[in-house]
Design a binder for this molecule. Structure first.
Ligand code: BGP
Length: 478
């Protein structure tokens, strides 16, 4: 397409995470993951956002959606075929760590687990779909998570490195694009998910979280080092949750509050992993937060030597910060803050801000000067099958169209944007609330929070729309 702002090799596709789609939670030797202990039907929300959680399963009390999820484990051929029909160039998925190391500290990896991803990658490559692999997306082997209290312990670095070494050696000829950690900065407000740390009320929250993050920074560098040795042509990226934070007003106090929040939430983790060093403001920030980081000899050198090569990020919303936090809070969204009266919100209260994406892309590119990928973006909605048996998700098309236009504008601005993988390209279980009802997909999955549904797949209207978008390289957005 001559008039496309997107480069001819732009990677259009979709994204998922193993724990939210695979199901088959104990199949073929898989061990339990932390995600397998998280209740569904909104009952997980309090734990994700702060209430102490002990990773114990209680089947009488809770429903566990990751156990069956959308059974991608057994449906992947059918699903990949539908991705190919839409014209996907790339598909983001995560490897379920306890499929490979069921306990996390096993001597040998589980061959059946390794084989599953071999088959899945082959299936993707058959249709020329590039796999984009997240190494850790909330699926921490439960045994080590409990024994070591997740990433609060340094021991996790070695378990993670061993896991990386095994999958790099195994898949080096099939996978080029890797992401070490999903939303590494998400731990700042939901450490339960990616650090497997649930701080108790009387503990120093910041100390636990930043120490856990330090261990992940070291693990990230170690993985980058291993990748260089094992698969020199691979691209190793870091994945962050990103969004601009606007000042509530032009009062310098509000501007300062927004600046500080954005620096801590949006930039800190990517500053460390992409620039290869703790940023200049670290000491002052740690002092303010009451954190005393334990850094061992060699850690900083490793981080310096092996930075990430590209930045992938999720974009769902912007935030608003006020010096005196008296404004109305936005419930349910990751970027908690004051409500933005200029923006509409989704059914789940997440502000919709396509312009913020253009701004963010420019800010990130200016700061890091590395290739960027938008690897999560989309609208969680309560889709309904209508009388004609179809799903007319025009609201989703409208949402995605505006975000694609914002990306095109950012590319026109000069940003080096390489890929767009919409979140939950097939309906899956929500990470934050554990619901099936919060659907993001181009493909409807007949499965519901009351346990009913036959797992059948139906293309929504957005399926045919996205197919046109990809075929026209982002030109035909009608
Ligand atoms: C990101 C996670 C995803 C995904 C998405 C949407 O934070 O990386 O795993 O689920 O958010 O969030 P939710 O599922 O809560 O709607």
């Amino acid at each position: 397409m001559v008039n496309s702002k997107f480069p001819p090799d732009f990677l259009w596709g979709g994204a998922t995470a193993a724990n939210q789609c695979e199901g088959a939670y104990l199949a073929d030797g898989k061990g339990l993951s932390t995600a397998d202990t998280l209740p569904g039907r909104k009952e997980r929300l309090p734990f994700v956002f702060g209430e102490y959680f002990n990773f114990e399963i209680d089947e009488h009390k809770y429903f566990y959606p990751s156990w069956e999820a959308i059974d991608f484990y057994h449906h992947y051929k059918e699903d990949v075929k539908m991705f190919a029909e839409m014209g996907f160039k790339i598909f983001r998925l995560s490897i379920n760590w306890p499929r490979i190391f069921p306990n996390g500290d096993d001597e040998q990896p589980n061959e059946a687990g390794l084989k599953f991803y071999d088959d899945l990658f082959d299936e993707l490559l058959k249709y020329n779909i590039e796999p984009l692999v997240t190494i850790s997306h909330y699926e921490i082997p439960l045994k080590i998570a409990k024994q070591y209290r997740g990433w609060s312990s340094r021991e996790m670095i070695d378990f993670y490195s061993k896991y990386c070494e095994v999958i790099f050696k195994r898949y080096k000829n099939k996978v080029k694009y890797w992401l070490t950690f999903n939303e590494i900065n998400g731990s700042l407000f939901m450490p339960l998910m990616s650090l497997a740390i649930s701080p108790k009320p009387d503990e120093n929250y910041n100390q636990l979280v930043f120490q856990g993050l330090h261990h992940q920074f070291v693990a990230n560098a170690q993985a980058n080092q291993l990748a260089k040795e094992i698969m020199p042509n691979a691209m190793m990226g870091i994945m962050c949750m990103s969004g601009p934070v606007y000042p509530f007003s032009c009062n310098p106090d509000d501007v300062e509050a927004a600046y500080k929040k954005e620096r801590k939430w949006t930039y800190f983790c990517s500053d460390v992993t992409l620039k290869g060093k703790y940023p200049y403001y670290t000491d002052a920030m740690m002092e303010e937060l009451g954190v005393d980081l334990k850094i061992e000899a060699g850690d900083l050198e490793l981080i310096r030597q092996y930075p990430s090569q590209y930045l992938a990020f999720s974009y769902y919303m912007s935030g608003v910060e006020k010096a005196e936090d008296t404004g109305e809070k936005i419930e349910g969204g990751p970027m908690f803050g004051t409500a933005n009266p200029y923006l509409e919100v989704s059914e789940w209260g997440w502000p919709i801000d396509p312009k913020g994406l253009r701004l963010l892309l420019n800010n990130l590119y200016q700061r890091y000067d590395v290739p960027l990928m938008v690897v999560e973006n989309g609208l969680g909605a309560n889709d309904k099958v209508e009388a004609d048996g179809k799903i007319h998700d025009l609201y989703r098309i409208d949402y995605l169209r505006k975000h694609i236009e914002a990306m095109a504008d950012a590319i026109h601005d000069g940003v080096d944007l390489r890929a767009y993988t919409t979140w939950g390209c097939i309906d899956l279980v929500s990470a934050g609330t554990g619901e099936y009802a919060k659907r993001y997909g181009f493909i409807y999955v007949n499965k519901h929070d009351d346990g009913t549904g036959d797992q059948s797949r139906t293309p929504k209207d957005s399926f045919y729309w996205y197919k046109k978008v990809i075929a026209s390289n982002g030109v035909d957005l009608d």
